[in-house]
Design a binder for this molecule. Structure first.
Ligand code: SAH
Ligand code: SF4
Length: 346
């Protein structure tokens, strides 16, 4: 693309690019992130020559919406197209009391190659830029016409492995946190990772105040390797050690995601090992129903098995929730809409 993406830049970087003095860069940030403007001409308090420079050099929103589906449970799924004609998705989940969570993608495709994940099947295309990550959150606020001070919760659980796109992820978090911009703090942002241990440690040192979610899914290395090939490089022990070094807010816990797959990891012996593994970490467990897709090698567990697994953990004093698969009827889990769209093209 011949123009730069405005949302790729922090305020300080914009100043370095000649968008100055700094208070001007802040004003433009406010137009974009608080008034949801994607057109420099509407920024009436910005001098005309600066607006002309901006128009020549930048585009504001890098994403084009190409489809929007709403599920029965009001989960909304958005398929976006990038400037270089790739597609990826973002999910907006309606929570209790008018709260919303945005499930953001960080890559087009994914390199990790988990056996249960549809995103993995499509292979890896490219990283999303910081601006392409930020734009997903910005778009939801604009689309829903939310008041500027409405803070959404953000989970980096869409397509891709966030820590495999580390620099862009960290930059996006900082841009999203800026109080001249979306002003969404770290405690409202949760990074979900399949367990790139050194990057978990590195992220901890950035002190962004973000929450951590670990896609654990298995309690012994043999099975975890089978499900998540990355476990060969970073085994369970190394992941747990990295988590122990991560700064966790005293009121918060590390979330362990455990994808429950019928007859694979749904037995109480696994639950028992899980309790042992989490010993010493302020943790909560989120049990996820495996969500089958055409051709998937696994099956969804039944409700009774889920409840038993949950009960076991609760009895050991571990906070444990069961994640209802939101938006099942519009295939809102991990990469499924994009796949549908690609199949249409074939
Ligand atoms: N790459 C990161 C974040 C994206 S995946 C990670 O793996 O954590 C977000 C969540 O969706 C992960 O916990 C993943 O295990 C889950 N997921 C992937 N495929 C799924 C499926 N078929 N059914 C249910 N959850 C799935
Ligand atoms: Fe990548 Fe996460 Fe899917 Fe694994 S589950 S392939 S890490 S997106």
């Amino acid at each position: 693309m011949d123009k730069k993406i405005f949302m790729d830049y922090t305020i300080d970087e914009l100043v370095e690019l000649g968008i100055k003095p700094k208070f001007r860069a802040k004003q433009i940030y406010q137009w974009v992130y608080k008034k949801y403007k994607d057109n420099f001409d509407e920024m009436t308090n910005i001098p005309k020559d600066l607006r002309e420079k901006l128009k020549e050099e930048f585009i504001i929103n890098p994403l084009e919406l190409i489809s929007h589906e709403i599920s029965k449970d009001e989960t909304e799924k958005f398929l976006f197209k990038t400037y270089d004609n790739h597609t990826f998705e973002t999910v907006l989940i309606k929570m209790k009391e008018g709260k919303y969570t945005v499930c953001v993608s960080t890559q087009i495709g994914c390199k990790v190659g988990c056996k249960f994940c549809l995103t993995a099947k499509g292979g890896f295309v490219r990283n999303l830029s910081a601006g392409e990550i930020v734009a997903q959150v910005w778009f939801m606020k604009k689309f829903k016409n939310f008041p500027e001070n409405k803070a959404l919760n953000i989970v980096y659980m869409g397509m891709g492995e966030p820590l495999d796109n580390y620099n862009n992820l960290v930059k996006a978090i900082k841009i999203i946190q800026d109080d001249n911009g979306l002003n969404i703090g770290g405690r409202r942002q949760t990074i979900s990772t399949s367990g790139i241990a050194p990057k978990i440690e590195k992220l901890g040192k950035e002190n962004l105040g973000v929450n951590l979610a670990i896609s654990l899914h298995a309690v012994d290395d043999k099975l975890r390797e089978e499900l998540i090939p990355l476990n060969k490089a970073y085994n369970i022990k190394s992941v747990i050690e990295a988590i122990k070094k991560f700064p966790i807010d005293k009121r918060k816990k590390v979330m362990f995601e455990y994808l429950v797959i019928k007859n694979v990891n749904d037995d109480l012996n696994s639950a028992k090992k899980l309790v042992k593994l989490l010993n010493g970490i302020p943790s909560k467990v989120n049990l996820i129903y495996f969500n089958p897709y055409p051709g998937s090698p696994y099956e969804r567990p039944d409700e009774e098995t889920m409840k038993k697994f949950q009960r076991f953990l609760l009895d050991k004093g571990i906070t444990c929730t069961i994640r209802e698969s939101k938006g099942i009827d519009i295939s809102a889990a991990c990469g499924q809409l994009r796949e549908k769209e690609l199949n249409k093209e074939k």
